[in-house]
Design a protein around this ligand. Structure first.
Ligand code: SF4
Length: 461
């Protein structure tokens, strides 16, 4: 794959084509990770530029976009279930246009066409900018598939319709150069391509001028940001410097990022986090397994000691750091002994939060070929239940230690379950429920008076 030139990321202020679907409505269903959520916000931006407005379900939409994920098997299954449901809507409303994009479409374009021939547009992850042209084509000429292998435009160069007005995703890098044996990302998102630091800083400045107070920098492996860029033929931008530059922008109170990689996370990034006030004390640090043998089979590039040393360095450097992680249970060949090593690390590391997954083989990955080493389902389930129980206990214990402290929280909006309560988030990424209604985007201080496993309760000062 060849290197691509990155386009000017300035959002287009005016449509480059007349809005042709004024009065029509759209609905977007997103599966998968934050990268997909970010892409969906860009697709929504393009749809609104074309005159459409958002509606709240498939049934009332003229255009439906399904943003697919292929990282986990159940996301795939849910996607095909959704496409089946959508056939019924299309039978009732044949003018509805159905677009399927995202990672599964990038990888399984033929399968989607075969299993869901009623889909109007199948498109990939690299050509989001083409969505309106492809819809035009489908309307006039019938179903179309367009999947390309090289990035056509950084998603951040496209217009956006943000889910939260005060908070924005900012892509700094797409693709990944690692070869984790369970992961499909490199084959659907391609090799790492970093965005130029000046472009990123200008985008964040515009966001701040627009009222955004929190940004999350997005990349598959942010610690290797800039390796493919050279500023003057020799030097290259590094992630720690980018954090400092973004954190200094007026109006930006909180900077987060995802995801770092334990193999590439170094002291300069930890120092930048500690020394830049706006950068939050939150680190997602994916462990995956506590067994050196399994880590090697996963091709993660670190062992348990290196992981724990880097975690200790991060905690020493960044006061008050909260750490979350990812863990896969039942990777092919995982023995009882390997699993016990993972449990030991979990007890020792005391993560604030863990995203725990049962191994699911993804076609076209090396782990999917290790069939003779697959662990029986009932064994995996037993291990998984034990892990969840231990992690829940640790999350609850750590949350209890917050009682009596004073935290700065950012209001997200009314809680979905109880509109009398506001959902807010601490700098460490914890959900804090606060009685009352407050404007989304407001920063305030609260005293923590109660704690549960997955949230805290605060009282405003
Ligand atoms: S670092 Fe590994 S798990 Fe993460 S995107 Fe790259 S290949 Fe996948």
């Amino acid at each position: 794959m060849t290197q691509v030139l990155l386009p000017d990321p300035r959002p287009r202020e005016k449509p480059t084509r007349p809005a042709t679907r004024r009065g029509k409505s759209y609905f977007i269903r997103t599966f998968g990770c934050q990268m997909n959520e970010h892409d969906s916000e860009r697709i929504a931006g393009l749809f609104e530029l074309d005159g459409m407005s958002r509606t709240d379900g498939f049934a009332s939409a003229d255009v439906v976009y399904v943003n697919t994920c292929t990282i986990r098997e159940n996301a795939d299954n849910r996607m095909y279930g959704n496409l089946g449901q959508l056939k019924a809507y299309k039978d009732e409303n044949p003018d509805m246009l159905l677009v399927v994009g995202g990672c599964a479409a990038q990888k399984d374009r033929e399968m989607i066409r075969e299993r869901a021939p009623w889909v109007d547009v199948v498109m990939g992850t690299h050509n989001l900018d083409r969505v309106l042209d492809l819809i035009d084509h489908a309307e006039e000429w019938g179903p179309i598939t367009e999947v390309v292998d090289e990035l056509q435009a950084m998603p951040s160069s496209l217009p956006v319709r943000r889910e939260l007005e005060h908070s924005a995703w900012v892509t700094i890098q797409v693709g990944c150069n690692n070869t984790c044996t369970f992961c499909i990302v490199p084959s659907v998102r391609g090799v790492e391509v970093s965005r130029r630091p000046g472009n990123i800083v200008r985008e964040v400045e515009r966001l701040a001028a627009d009222g955004v107070v929190e940004v999350t920098l997005l990349g598959q492996n942010v610690d290797t940001y800039g390796r493919d860029l050279a500023i003057d033929g020799k030097r290259r931008p590094i992630f720690g410097d980018l954090l400092r530059r973004v954190g200094e922008i007026d109006g930006i109170s909180r900077v987060r990022f995802t995801s770092p990689h334990p193999n590439d996370f170094r002291e300069d990034v930890a120092m930048a986090m500690a020394e830049t006030e706006a950068v939050c004390e939150q680190l997602h640090f994916p462990l995956q397994s506590g067994s050196d043998r399994i880590l090697a089979a996963m091709h993660r590039g670190y062992n348990r000691k290196k992981y724990m040393d880097r975690l200790a360095m991060a905690r020493e450097t960044i006061p008050g750091l909260a750490v979350s992680t990812d863990i896969i249970v039942g990777f092919p060949g995982e023995s009882d002994e390997d699993f016990e090593l993972t449990m030991e690390v979990v007890e020792e590391a005391r993560f604030d939060q863990a995203f725990m997954f049962i191994f699911s083989p993804r076609p076209e990955t090396r782990a999917a070929e290790m069939v003779d080493q697959f662990v029986p389902d009932e064994v995996i389930q037993r291990r998984f239940d034990r892990l969840v129980e231990v992690q829940n206990r640790i999350s609850g214990e750590l949350n209890q230690t917050s009682i009596g402290s004073r935290l700065e929280v950012l209001v997200e909006g009314p809680s979905r379950k109880n509109p009398e309560v506001a959902t807010t988030r601490s700098r460490t990424g914890k959900v804090v429920h606060v009685d009352g209604q407050y404007a989304p985007g407001k920063l305030m201080e609260v005293d923590i008076v109660d704690a549960a496993m997955h949230y805290l309760t605060g009282v405003p000062l």
